[in-house]
Write a protein of this length. Structure first.
Length: 560
């Protein structure tokens, strides 16, 4: 292997002055020949705490083998993950979004300290992918992301079930719609093994976005976790990175504005999670691309929703994979002129060159519709503005028959208070629920509201009420919900001034979020409002609350 591929690691291994460095590397298995090879960092987010990540150690080992075969020397190191599904509905969820920043920081720290010539990140759960991509942007060395893959569907009473099924079963059981025995059976069968949550929830949304951005190998986004194909994917990633180093292609050459537009179009086509907007904004900030909230509406106008995937639809990512996968959908979108085919990717080829080799979607399949007969003619994720969100807010309308509501506010200052009200049957048809002080600073951590929204669906209120919050929603959420309201309540956004009974309008067609209060009344209430004290005075959440920016800036903590 040519020495010129050691563009960074040579300062770690070359010359008499680096004999101590080499001595320590010999202790972990390096040979004389290895010091001549490019050094590759393999950031593994393996953990036993969640099915999304429990198998990543094996994939990281396969990546390392691919690196070795291609002529590099790989080193696996670990970083953290937080399980969104397990953290959902309690104080643990405050740590989910901050984990994205810790992942990014830790990969940056280790990779720069070790002067790696290239980096491969291996992740599974929701915050893994944006956290890894943010780090790869900062490093700007040849890099690839490897997705751990999607979980298989569970089976209960002859029906497919997944993690959202059990969240919704909580509301059904509380409402007397299912027996305790049925409830327990769903719990026992919802998650059959390794892999990320199976619908078009946040993990699969972000794996889709990463592939559309060009930062993972073609086909990676939709492969099941427990498959020989995913093992082979890991091996090929290791080999591909060495080729990327030879060509010296880095994220800055891949992550262009047009690449982000490709990600937006693909995520919209598949009916992805609202979290995609938050995370794509954050990744763009890290790489220096001028992506704004308004871009999502601009691109979304010509981005039809065509895939019938959960949570708003019928099918799981496993089903999509069987008929051609995410790359099959991208091939179709490119043929329809909806993607930029000239974008560079981690294969060293353009997107169009990659997709030329991809098989088309299976004939007769019923999961992906045509752009001429879409589920919805434009994007299922929309950015709303109005006097309740002067900087912006995000709504997901996929699978909804009704995408607007005007109703009286039911105001809660935390997710927990709202959940208790739902379980006590205090929410009525026509209400607009307000959950505030759950934003990036006010939470802190911008908790997801899957427990709340799933309970509403379980009680039959999913499309009968509205819900607005400065917090977030899980990719598993569906219903007439609006999140990421900015400015948030803690910063004095108008959501902080709401009272029970105020009439609120959510209109996803006109992209309006409005409360029927005059400017004079809002000014009067603002004079009476006092910013609450921070919930945490020390530790990681206190640090996060002091550094975090608005959701309109991706809720990043990097001082850009």
């Amino acid at each position: 292997m040519s020495e010129n591929l050691k563009r960074r690691s040579s300062m770690l291994t070359d010359g008499d002055n680096r004999a101590p460095n080499r001595a320590m590397l010999r202790a972990v298995g390096f040979t004389d020949e290895d010091f001549k090879k490019p050094m590759i960092g393999i950031a593994s987010l393996w953990a036993e705490i969640t099915p999304c990540n429990v198998h990543l150690d094996k994939l990281a080992t396969r990546v390392k083998e691919g690196v070795r075969v291609a002529g590099g020397i790989g080193q696996i190191y670990g970083t953290i993950t937080v399980s969104d599904g397990i953290s959902m509905g309690h104080d643990g969820m405050r740590y989910s979004l901050p984990s994205r920043e810790v992942i990014a920081d830790s990969i940056e720290l280790v990779s720069n300290a070790m002067r790696y010539d290239g980096v491969i990140a291996v992740g599974g759960c929701d915050k893994n992918m944006p956290g890894c991509l943010m780090a790869l942007c900062r490093l700007d060395v040849p890099s690839i992301f490897l997705y751990g893959g999607s979980i298989m569907p569970g089976t209960c009473d002859g029906l497919d079930v997944d993690i959202v099924s059990i969240f919704e079963a909580v509301g059904k059981f509380n409402g007397g719609k299912i027996s305790r025995e049925e409830f327990i059976r769903v719990e026992q069968n919802a998650c059959p093994g390794a892999g990320s949550c199976g619908g078009m929830y946040t993990a699969n949304t972000m794996s889709t976005a990463v592939e559309a951005l060009g930062m993972s190998l073609p086909g990676s986004a939709s492969m099941p976790a427990v498959s020989s194909r995913k093992n082979n994917d890991a091996f090929e990633v290791g080999k591909a990175l060495i080729e990327l180093i030879k060509k010296n292609i880095t994220p800055k050459q891949i992550l262009t504005k047009k690449a982000f537009e490709n990600a937006i179009v693909t995520v919209m086509a598949l009916g992805g999670s609202t979290n995609a907007i938050l995370h794509l904004l954050a990744i763009a900030k890290e790489i220096g691309v001028d992506l704004k909230l308004e871009d999502f509406n601009r691109v979304g106008k010509n981005s039809p929703h065509i895939a019938d995937l959960k949570p708003g639809g019928k099918y799981a990512m496993y089903d999509l994979d069987k008929v051609g996968g995410v790359h099959g959908v991208m091939k179709y979108l490119l043929e329809k002129g909806l993607l930029h085919g000239d974008c560079m990717t981690v294969t060293g080829k353009t997107l169009a060159e990659n997709l030329k080799e991809v098989l088309p979607l299976a004939k007769g399949q019923t999961i992906v519709r045509t752009v001429e007969d879409p589920i919805f003619p434009s994007a299922p994720l929309v950015v709303l503005k109005g006097n309740l969100a002067t900087e912006g807010a995000v709504a997901k309308i996929s699978g909804l028959k009704k995408i607007d509501i005007t109703g009286p506010a039911k105001v809660y200052d935390s997710e927990d208070d709202c959940f208790a009200a739902i379980m006590d049957n205090k929410i009525q048809k026509g209400d607009v629920i307000v959950i505030r002080y759950e934003g990036p600073k006010g939470g802190p951590g911008m908790r997801e509201m899957l427990a709340v929204t799933a309970a509403l669906v379980g009680k039959g209120l999913g499309e009968e009420v509205g819900l607005i919050t400065d917090g977030r929603f899980s990719g598993g959420t569906h219903g007439l919900v609006v999140g990421h309201i900015s400015p948030e309540a803690f910063d004095g956004g108008n959501i902080a001034l709401l009272r029970n009974g105020d009439m609120i309008t959510i209109d996803s067609r006109t992209q309006i979020l409005h409360v029927e209060l005059s400017d004079e009344e809002l000014t009067k209430r603002r004079k009476e409002w006092k910013q609450p004290e921070m919930r945490f005075k020390s530790g990681v959440l206190a640090k996060y609350a002091k550094l975090v920016q608005s959701a309109t800036n991706g809720a990043i903590t990097n001082l850009l």
